[in-house]
Design a binder for this molecule. Structure first.
Ligand code: PHE
Length: 367
């Protein structure tokens, strides 16, 4: 072949190679193009073999053209390979993109805060408006704080009212237990702060009970006020105010004399049955007492017990080194679970602390 023919073969080869590269749509196809052009038996090798058929200046010229084609091909190949590899990675990323978001839950299926938490929030709002401070007390406490300093010495029969979970401990003097009521906060507050005090505290309590109306863990709100000249009228006014703020202005309340060792006098607090009083209100009139007969919520009494209260016992003040001649105070303790149940119309206490199986089945962790 003449030099002219060979040079045009180089040009053709160059154009064909460029086209082959451009047309290869993935790395594997590009590899085929490479083998066809640059492999041992490829077109480039064929052209290179022709070099020896020429002589002198022609040979030099053609040799240079072949070398240039080799360089060009290598560059083309590398750049196209890089592009294809990058495109492949991008396609893979697009395809295999993992959606790590949880599916959006329908508004109707979305949960809400627990009824007891909602009741806590309501009480928190009411009492902070009445300028009470909110304190936290320990769930695990010393016998001293839960009982002794509250005028409930060891072997006092009142301890039997609160079947207690004691923690195993070597120290007989400083026995630890799961608090049986939130009244331990009275002792903590009075030993850390001096009066005047207005405090509420809400939290878990524990008693070794388990039946339809008792669970081993339950919640209480404790409230107490200590100042000069605090009277039973303040106690009644405060309790009536917060109960009406929750259950409505028309709520009836009743204070029944009762015994708690850390108060004197003491009382239990009842509210008018929310179930029969609601019927009464719906009828728009004050019905005769027999209208209440038939209501199972209040066991036909028309009243529901919600808590205990009283004037703080002088012995409690003395145990805290507070002058009981100068200071007086009141305290109350209410069951938060019961308050939430009455407010939300929940009739089984146990549903507050158990999730139904069909609910658990919807959570991936239980599936
Ligand atoms: N601590 C009492 C209980 O759990 C309730 C109570 C609190 C009574 C404060 C009087 C004053 O039964």
């Amino acid at each position: 072949m003449s030099l002219q023919e060979l040079l045009s073969a180089v040009a053709e080869c160059r154009a064909a190679f460029a086209r082959g590269c451009a047309e290869a749509s993935e790395v594997r196809a590009l590899e085929e193009v490479r083998v066809a052009f640059m492999g041992r038996k490829g077109q480039l090798a064929g052209l290179r073999a022709k070099i020896t058929t020429l002589e002198g200046e022609e040979r030099k010229h053609f040799g240079a053209a072949v070398n240039e084609l080799q360089k060009f091909s290598q560059q083309q190949l590398n750049s196209r390979r890089r592009d294809l590899q990058r495109a492949a990675i991008e396609a893979k990323l697009r395809e295999e993109r993992a959606d790590i978001d949880l599916p959006v839950i329908d508004r109707d299926e979305r949960g809400t805060l627990h009824p007891v938490s909602l009741m806590r929030q309501k009480l928190h709002d009411i009492f902070t408006k009445l300028s009470f401070s909110v304190l936290e007390g320990p769930d695990v406490d010393y016998e001293d704080f839960n009982f002794n300093k509250l005028n409930i010495p060891a072997h006092h029969p009142a301890r039997d009212m609160q079947d207690t979970f004691y923690l195993a401990s070597k120290d007989e003097e400083e026995r630890l237990l799961l608090r049986t009521h939130t009244s331990n906060v009275q002792v903590h507050a009075l030993s850390e702060h001096r009066p005047p005090l207005r405090v509420i505290s809400m939290g878990r309590c524990f008693r070794c009970d388990f039946d339809l109306t008792h669970t081993p863990m339950f919640h209480q709100i404790e409230g107490f006020v200590v100042d000069e000249a605090i009277s039973f009228a303040h106690l009644k006014g405060t309790i009536d105010t917060f109960l009406r703020a929750i259950y409505g202005d028309g709520l009836r309340t009743r204070f029944r004399p009762s015994y708690f060792p850390f108060v004197e006098p003491g009382a239990e607090v009842d509210i008018g049955c929310v179930a029969c009083d609601a019927q009464k209100l719906a009828a728009g009139k004050e019905p005769p007492p027999e209208a209440r007969v038939g209501c199972r919520v209040c066991k036909h009494s028309g009243w529901l017990e919600v808590g205990g209260c009283g004037m703080i016992h002088p012995n409690v003040f003395e145990a805290m080194d507070i002058d009981s001649e100068r200071y007086s105070g009141f305290a109350f303790g209410f069951g938060l679970d019961r308050m939430a149940m009455l407010y939300y119309g929940i009739n089984d206490l146990r549903t507050l602390f158990a999730a139904p199986p069909e609910f658990n089945a919807r959570l991936p962790i239980f599936a």
